[in-house]
Each structure stands twice: as structure tokens, then as C-alpha cells.
Write a protein that binds this ligand. Structure first.
Ligand code: NCD
Ligand code: ZN
Length: 347
């Protein structure tokens, strides 16, 4: 196959940041994606409907006129989140979902939740409303091995939430292990998972190939090859429980190449060519559309996009731009370090 046409994709997990970074990264997403769920981990975080609405306006202002793009806003759950305010914001369509960051689990998660029991009344309200809960699924106990934090989260916290509130619609974000794939497969229909292009493309060896390579450091951290394979199997299977969330997470080079470098990979620019190549390598181009454009929309009870997007396979590999320039600083664009022959074709 040299050309395919798919329903225009959605990115159900993206970090746009704010101000000058926002202006630089938004067009990289809106070019090829119709809709996105926007993560709320700004400094300070988006905590209520009013802040989400103001943030949405800044995103719309940064969206190029030629692109039709709909941002879905989220709030950042804290132990102080007010369930009545949350309910009102959801009913008014100011917010679409709420994100649970265990305190200290990842970039800008300091205001997150320490004790899950404290937010159970809020989660109960969300279950009643049909409002999705998006989860960064890693425990934060520094005694737990960094490669096991997702598994332990599932066994302890996630299992508890599902047991208490089986009717709550949950997305376990950016899953990275075969344990998560199995858990999601076996759980009730309200639990689905997003998967990133970088976790499908690479295993943990990449972080240490020839030295320490901070641009491949993200959270959850890349895992062993057997886990990557299990993610590829889940994504290419067509199973409606798995869909794309890029977790595109821009950071300046100076914050990445640092004695304590930030977690996050900025992959918005070439997510679709990279995914098409991975699906092609696995003889699974037929299920690409399910993963990028259909399964997520079904999970969120949204209609499919009407617009189509064409991808074509070139003779020569794509030459990726290396970085975005923002006010004299650079943001490195994710490079999976294999040849990518697929590219988005002009309509
Ligand atoms: C994200 C970020 O930079 O905001 N970083 C990351 O490594 N994925 C936060 C997150 O989604 O964990
Ligand atoms: Zn994220």
C-alpha cells in the first residue's frame, strides 16, 4: 500500500503549555489532528472551569486560521477540588474531563493527589455525571523501582478506584507495560487506555545508547522490549480499548539537558508518519484508523470526524526537522531513529 485515507485523527492527550511555547506548539498539533484533550499541568495548574475557559481561548487564538481544531479542556484534581464547582463546569461544557496526577509522579504534578481516599467524593460525582477520569498511573513511593511504578499503581490504586466506582469512565493514560495491556483488556468496558508514539517506537535501551540521552526521558519511563511489543500488539489489534494519546510534552533544551532534566518528549510534529510506519512494519495499516481516529471517540461518546486525512508512502525516508525555535530557545522534536517513509499528504 502506497497511499491510505483515514478519518482525521484526534490526539487524546497533549501538553500545550502556555504563552510563547503554546504559540509555537499548537500549530504542530492542529495541522493533522481534529480534536485533542488538553492537559492541565501548567504552573500554576488549571484548577477550575473559569481557568479552563480562559486557557481554551488562548489555544484557539494560537490555532492557525486554516485549521479546524477543537480543544477539550481538563482540570487538574487536587485534594481541594470542589465537587459542586466541577459539576457546574462540566454541565456548562467548560471542562470535559479531570486529570489525576499522583503528587510528585511527573512534570508539574506537585499539587496532585497524595491520598486517593480524599478525592473519592469528587470521583463519585464524576461517575454520576459520566465525566471521564484521566489518570497518570504511577505510584510515587521512591522505594518502588521506577520501572514498576505503573504496575504497582494498577494493583493498588486503580484496582481500588474501579472496585469502588465501576461505572466511572476512566482513561489510563500513556500505558507502557504488558501488565497494563492485560489489566485494561480484562477490566470492565469503562476502562480504556491511551498509548503514545514513543512508547510504541522505542524501548528503554534508547535512553542509554552511547551515553545518557535526556530527550528520550519521559514519564512513565520507556520500558523493556517485551513491553513495547505488547503495546504494539494492543495498538495494532484494533481493540477498541486502546487509542492514541501522543503525550506530546515540550520542554526547552536547557531544561532537558540539565543535571536534573525534565521528563517529556515533544512528538506532535511527526506522530502520524511515525505511527503509520510502525503499523506498516507490523502489517497493520488496516487498523491504523481505529487507533488514531475511532476508538478514542467511541470511548468519549463523541462522533467520528467527518474530514479525512491522506497518508502516502514515499521512496525516500522523511527528513525530520530537528527542533522548534521559541524566543531563541529550542525544543527538540522527537526522532525515533528509524526510517519513516510515510508522510501526511496534502488533501
Ligand atoms: C509530561 C509533561 O512534561 O508535562 N511529561 C512526561 O514525561 N510525559 C507530564 C506527563 O504526562 O507525565
Ligand atoms: Zn502527559
Amino acid at each position: 500500500m502506497k497511499k491510505i485515507e483515514i478519518t482525521k485523527p484526534d490526539d487524546w492527550h497533549v501538553h500545550f503549555r502556555d504563552n510563547e511555547i503554546l504559540k509555537a506548539v499548537v500549530p504542530e498539533t492542529t495541522r493533522n489532528f481534529a480534536r485533542s484533550i488538553i492537559m492541565p499541568n501548567l504552573i500554576p495548574p488549571i484548577l477550575n472551569g473559569k481557568q479552563a475557559t480562559a486557557y481554551k481561548k488562548r489555544i484557539e487564538d494560537a490555532t492557525p486560521k486554516k485549521d479546524t481544531f477543537k480543544p477539550f479542556m481538563t482540570i487538574y484534581l487536587t485534594e481541594q477540588t470542589d465537587k459542586n464547582e466541577l459539576k457546574e463546569s462540566f454541565i456548562n461544557n467548560a471542562i470535559f474531563a479531570a486529570k489525576l496526577y499522583p503528587a510528585g509522579a511527573t512534570t508539574n504534578s506537585g499539587s496532585g493527589v497524595k491520598d486517593i481516599k480524599k478525592i473519592m467524593p469528587v470521583l463519585e460525582t464524576m461517575a454520576t455525571l459520566g465525566m471521564p477520569l484521566l489518570i497518570h498511573g504511577e505510584v510515587t513511593d521512591q522505594k518502588i523501582d521506577i520501572f514498576d511504578r505503573e504496575k504497582v499503581f494498577i494493583e493498588t490504586i486503580l484496582a481500588f478506584i474501579i472496585n469502588e466506582l465501576p461505572e466511572l469512565k476512566i482513561t489510563l493514560e500513556h500505558i507502557t507495560t504488558s501488565d497494563s495491556v492485560n489489566f485494561v483488556n480484562e477490566a470492565n468496558k469503562n476502562l480504556c487506555a491511551s498509548i503514545t508514539p514513543h512508547h510504541l517506537a522505542l524501548n528503554r535501551n534508547t535512553i542509554f545508547k552511547g551515553g545518557i540521552r535526556p530527550h528520550y526521558f519521559c514519564l512513565p519511563i520507556l520500558k523493556r522490549e517485551k513491553h513495547r511489543k505488547s503495546l504494539v500488539d494492543a495498538a495494532t489489534s484494533g481493540n477498541s480499548k486502546f487509542f492514541l494519546g501522543t503525550d506530546s510534552a515540550p520542554h526547552f533544551v536547557s531544561d532537558k539537558e540539565n543535571a536534573c532534566g525534565c521528563a517529556g518528549v515533544f512528538n506532535a510534529s511527526y506522530s502520524l508518519p511515525i505511527l503509520a510506519q510502525i503499523f506498516d512494519n507490523n502489517n497493520a495499516l488496516k487498523t491504523l484508523e481505529k487507533f488514531t481516529s475511532i476508538n478514542g471517540a467511541s470511548h468519549y461518546n463523541l462522533s467520528r470526524n467527518k474530514i479525512k486525512l491522506k497518508l502516502k508512502k514515499n521512496e525516500n525516508p522523511l527528513r525530520l526537522r530537528k527542533s522548534l525555535e521559541v524566543n531563541g530557545e529550542k525544543i527538540i522534536i522527537f526522532d525515533p531513529e528509524f526510517s519513516i517513509f510515510w508522510d501526511v499528504a496534502l488533501p
